[in-house]
Design a protein around this ligand. Structure first.
Ligand SMILES: [Zn+2]
Length: 312
C-alpha cells in the first residue's frame, strides 16, 4: 500500500534528479531565449523554473498511471509494485536539500508578503490622493515607483521632475506589472526555482525579471513611444543615483520601475526593430525537451529506485 509520505519522497527524489538535467541545459536555454520576444521569454522562463517539478511529477504520474494499462502486472517501472516499508532510511537524505530549500523559500515568500502588506498600508496612509485612486503619489524626495495591491505607488519626486510623457511612461509601465500579475508570478518562480542551486537560480530569476521589465516597457512604449520610455528609465536611474545613493530601491519585493537592468532595457527600446522571436528554435527546443522527458522517464524512475532500495 502506497503512503502519501512515500509518494512525496519519491517525487522529491525525482525532482532532484530532474534538476541535475535542467542545470546542464539551463545555460544553453538562457542563451537561446535571449533572442526571443520578452512576452514569450517570460513564459518560457517561468516554465524553465518549474521544469524539474514538471519532469519529476510527470515521471511519478506515469509510474502510478501504469496500473491502468496493466503494465504493473509485469513488474515494470510502476510505483504500485514498490514497498514503502523496504526503503533505505538514509535515502531520505537525497530529498533533504530540495525539502529544506522549498520550506525555506515558502516561509520567505510568506514573510515577504506580510512585509509588503505592511509597507503598502503605510504608503496608503502617507499618500496624497483620494482613497479609491489607482495611482498614489507619496510625498517623498526619493525616486521610486512600484506596483502592489492593485495600485501604482509613485514618489512625488518622480512626478515633479519627469516630463509629463515620461511620468506617464512610468505609470503605464507599473500598470502593466499589475495587469500581468508579475508580483505573483515572480513569487511562484522563486519557490519553483528552489530546485536550482544558487548561481543558476539567480541567473534564471534575473532573466525572468528582465523579461518582465521589457514586457512592461514595451506596453508603455506602445502609448508614449520607445524614446520616451528609454528617457524615463534613464531619468529615474539618474535621480536614484543622486538622491538615494547606495540604498536599495526594490520596495518589499514588489515590481517597480527602477529595479535595474537599465542597459538591456534601454538597448531593446532603442533598437529600431527588435529581433523577431525565433519560434523555430523555441518549438524545436520544446519538442526535444518533451521527447527527452519521455525517453528519460524510465531512467529517472530507476535511478530514484536505486537511491531508495538497497537491493538495486
Ligand atoms: Zn518594472
Amino acid at each position: 500500500m502506497l503512503t502519501i509520505p512515500f509518494v512525496l519522497l519519491v517525487l522529491a527524489i525525482l525532482v532532484s534528479l530532474a534538476s541535475v538535467i535542467c542545470h546542464v541545459a539551463l545555460p544553453s536555454i538562457l542563451r537561446i531565449l535571449d533572442s526571443v520576444a520578452p512576452e514569450l521569454r517570460a513564459q518560457l522562463l517561468l516554465f524553465a523554473a518549474g521544469a524539474p517539478w514538471l519532469i519529476g511529477a510527470s515521471v511519478l504520474m506515469s509510474s502510478l498511471g501504469d496500473i491502468f494499462f496493466g503494465a504493473c502486472d509485469f513488474g515494470s517501472a510502476c510505483l504500485w509494485n514498490e514497498d514503502p516499508a523496504g526503503i533505505r532510511p538514509e535515502s531520505i537524505l537525497a530529498a533533504l536539500p530540495l525539502l529544506c530549500a522549498t520550506i525555506f523559500l515558502c516561509a520567505r515568500a510568506v514573510r515577504q508578503r506580510l512585509i509588503s502588506r505592511r509597507v503598502l498600508s503605510a504608503f496608503d496612509a502617507a499618500s496624497d490622493l483620494v482613497a479609491d485612486s489607482a495611482v498614489r503619489v507619496i510625498p517623498n524626495g526619493a525616486a521610486f515607483a512600484f506596483a502592489g495591491g492593485g495600485r501604482v505607488y509613485v514618489s512625488s519626486a518622480i512626478q515633479d521632475r519627469l516630463s509629463p510623457d515620461q511620468y506617464r511612461a512610468v505609470i503605464l509601465h507599473e500598470q502593466a506589472h499589475l495587469r500581468r500579475r508579475d508580483g505573483l508570478t515572480v513569487s511562484i518562480a522563486r519557490i519553483l526555482a528552489g530546485s536550482y542551486v544558487p548561481p543558476f537560480r539567480g541567473r534564471l530569476l534575473n532573466a525572468l525579471a528582465l523579461a518582465n521589465e521589457q514586457c512592461c516597457d514595451a506596453h508603455a512604449a506602445s502609448f508614449v513611444g520607445r524614446d520616451t520610455v528609454a528617457a524615463a528609465i534613464l531619468a529615474v536611474e539618474r535621480m536614484a543615483a543622486e538622491l538615494v545613493s547606495g540604498e536599495s530601491r526594490v520596495i518589499a519585493g514588489l515590481p517597480g520601475f527602477g529595479d535595474g537592468f537599465v542597459a538591456p532595457r534601454v538597448r531593446r527600446l532603442l533598437n529600431i526593430e527588435p529581433p523577431p522571436p525565433n519560434f523555430g528554435i523555441v518549438r524545436t527546443g520544446v519538442v526535444l525537451t518533451m521527447l527527452f522527458a519521455f525517453l528519460a522517464g524510465d531512467v529517472l524512475y530507476y535511478l530514484a529506485m536505486m537511491i531508495l532500495y538497497p537491493r538495486l
